[in-house]
Design a protein around this ligand. Structure first.
Ligand SMILES: [Zn+2]
Length: 99
């Protein structure tokens, strides 16, 4: 599935990492956006598994990392207050991937 973020088309996982059921577009929430750093929250309607999807728009492309989370939709406000992963950490991972 693709979503449009500030004019950039972003690919996000089509299917639940756990049960393989396709995500629906309305199951995607934007958790945070900070410059070129975005965090999305996806919840599978079938098994209720939530995934945090981190995206960095870099000069050389887009880095995306999906991680399963226990935090459901009702926890989004909590998540918004505490960053699960920092931009620096993600950029570091991005640099490592290039090497
Ligand atoms: Zn699922």
């Amino acid at each position: 599935m693709s979503i449009n973020v500030k004019g950039k088309i972003l690919k996000i996982p089509e299917k639940c990492l756990k049960c393989g059921v396709s995500y629906q577009e309305n199951s995607v929430d934007t958790l945070s956006e900070d410059g070129n750093f975005f965090v999305f929250h996806l919840t599978c309607k079938a098994c209720n598994t939530s995934v945090l999807f981190h995206v960095v728009f870099g000069q050389e492309g887009v880095l995306s990392v999906a991680t399963l989370t226990d935090a459901g939709k009702e926890d989004l406000d909590k998540l918004k207050q505490g960053r699960m992963i920092t931009t620096d950490e993600l950029i570091e991972a991005y640099q490592e991937m290039k090497n």
